[in-house]
Design a binder for this molecule. Sequence first.
Ligand SMILES: [Mg+2]
Ligand SMILES: [Zn+2]
Length: 202
Amino acid sequence: MNLSKLFGLQRKLDEHIEQEHPRHEGEDRLAKKILALYSELGELLNEWRRFKFWTHDQEPRFGGYCGCDDGYVDIYLGHGEVGQKLCPQCEGEGTLPNRVLEEFADCFHFLLSIGIELNFTDIDVWEVKEKTTTNQFIECFGRAYNMYIQISVTGEVPREMYEHLFAYFIGLGEMLGFSWVEIEQAYLEKNKINHERQESGY
Ligand SMILES: [Mg+2]
Ligand SMILES: [Zn+2]
């Protein structure tokens, strides 16, 4: 796992974002990055779905074969005629994107950006795993909150606190079934898209 490469790429992206969206005086970007991480964790949860005990559709959106007719679905045109239109699920690709992995990469973006904000880019990496993925998610939220409350009270965050948050994300990625190569690839793709978004006045 080449973390220094990822921190380097995130730093470049952060600089690009700062250029397009300069900080206001007194703006608490760390708090916003923590909230952004929460927001992406929420998106990740919605693609993972396994905690949604109230529905039968608890299948994680891991992507794969779409099941439509080569990217097309039938539409009824009236008068007994049937036509075809691009499948709204896969948009003609025939395969579905791995949205769980995509959202995990979005989380990783803010996780790295928080490290940069705190100047913790040379960190020890380990892995923590709770009993269930549900608990793991809650810990990810909790560890980020711990940092927020720590900095509010004492004005600083110990490096181990960030490393702990990181360790929970490493564990989460593994519990979701992703290899480090997959995570890195997904992160690189999204990093590129994020640069393009900044270029186009996002
Ligand atoms: Mg997202
Ligand atoms: Zn399809």
